[in-house]
Design a protein around this ligand. Sequence first.
Ligand SMILES: Cc1cc2nc3c(=O)[nH]c(=O)nc-3n(C[C@H](O)[C@H](O)[C@H](O)COP(=O)(O)OP(=O)(O)OC[C@H]3O[C@@H](n4cnc5c(N)ncnc54)[C@H](O)[C@@H]3O)c2cc1C
Length: 391
Amino acid sequence: MKPVLIVGGGPVGLTAAQCLAAADIPVIVFEADAAISEDLRASTFHPPTLDMLDRFGLGTALVAQGLVTPSWQVRLHETGERAVFDLSLLRDDTNHPYRLQCEQQKLQFLLLDSLAQHPHADIRFDSPVDLVGQDADGVWLETRGERIAGSWLIGADGARSIVRKTLDIGFGGETYPETTILITTDFDFSTVMEGLSGVNYFWGQAGAFSLMRLPDLWRSSYTPKPDQSVEDALTPEAVERHLQDVAPRSTPYNVMHKRTYRIHQRVADTYRVGRMILAGDAAHLNSPNGGMGMNGGIHDAFNLAEKLIEVWRGADDGLLDLYVRQRRPIAIEHVIAQADRNRRRMRETDPDRRRALLTDLQRTADDPKRARDYLLNSAMLTGLRQAAAIT
Ligand SMILES: Cc1cc2nc3c(=O)[nH]c(=O)nc-3n(C[C@H](O)[C@H](O)[C@H](O)COP(=O)(O)OP(=O)(O)OC[C@H]3O[C@@H](n4cnc5c(N)ncnc54)[C@H](O)[C@@H]3O)c2cc1C
C-alpha cells in the first residue's frame, strides 16, 4: 500500500508519524522548514500526554530533559496570597502526577531520533507542500515540483494549514484583541519570591503576568499596559521595567529572548474530508493559558493513529469519523472553553473581583475532592475520559 503522507513536522505530525511507523505503516513527513523550529512555544506537558508518550519510552526520556513541576498556582502579586494546586492528588489517575516544564522542540528531537530507527519512516525537511489532492483510491501532494502519492494524508501543518484551506473547511472563531509579550531570563525568581511553583499566574497592580520555570530559565508572559503600544512595550527599558515590577533588584535583568503572539480560539468545521484528516493546530487553536494546545494536538495524533492503524489493517474507514466525533467536541468544550476561562480570569482587573476569584480557587485547592476534580479537568484527563466514552 502507498504510504501515509503527513504535512507538517511539528509535535503533532511527528507524534502521528511515530505511532504509525511503530505499527509498521510507511509514513512520509513533509516539513517546510529546514530544521525543527526552536521558537518559544509550548513549555508545559500534562500528565496524560506523558502517559501516552511512554508507550514509546518517550515520556521518561522527556521527563529526564524537563523540570518536574508538582504544583501550580494563582497568586496576588503584592500580598503573595495564593491558591496552590497539588498535582499529586492525581496519583491514582496517571503515572505522571505533575506538569512537566520542557520546551516543545525537545519532544520533537526525541521523536526524530526515534523515527530514525524505523525503516518505515521518511522525514523530509525543506519540503514545503504547495498542493494536495485526492480521489477515491488515494491522495497526492506536491512539494518543490515533485508529485508524491499516498493512501491517506494527515494535515498537521499548523494554524495556517494549506490542507484545511484546500479542503475549504471553515475555521470559525475569533482572534483576541490583545498582543501578548513573552520574554525569558536566566534569573531564578524562586530565590527572591516566597513559595513559587514552577507554573505561576499572577494578578499584579501593574497588570497580570505569568512566571514559568524551565530547566535553564524562566519565562514571563504579559500584555502591554493600556496606554502602551506593543513596540513601546518591547523596548529594553520597558521589558526591564516589567521585570523590576515582578521582582525589584539592583542589577538589570539578563533578557535572553523576547517575542509577541496573538491568541485565537478557532475550530475547524470538520476534521476529515475523505482521505484527508486534520490534527493539532490545523484543526483547533486556543489561548496558551493553561498549556493545552500542543497537548491536545498530541492527543489528536494518538487517537487518529489508533484508528488509521485499524483502517490500514482492513477496518471500515468510517472509524475515522469516530476520531472526529471524539476529538472535535473535546477541543470545543474542554480545551478552548477552559483556556478561554483561564484567560478571562487572569484579565480581571477589579481588586474585589480578583479577591473573590482567588478565594474561590483557594477553597477548591484546599478541598482534596474538589481539587482533584478541578485538576482532572485542567490536566486534560476529564476530556480524554469523555472522548473515550463516545462510540
Ligand atoms: C507562546 C506560546 C506558548 C504555548 N504554550 C503551550 C503550552 O505550554 N502547552 C501546550 O500544549 N501548547 C502550548 N502552545 C501551543 C503549541 O505551541 C501548539 O499548539 C503546537 O505547536 C501545535 O503543534 P502542531 O504540530 O499542530 O503545529 P505546529 O507546531 O505549528 O507545526 C506545524 C508544522 O507544519 C509546518 N508546515 C506548515 N505549513 C506547511 C506546508 N505547507 N508544508 C510543509 N510543512 C508545513 C510548519 O513549518 C510547522 O513545523 C503555545 C503556543 C505559543 C505561541
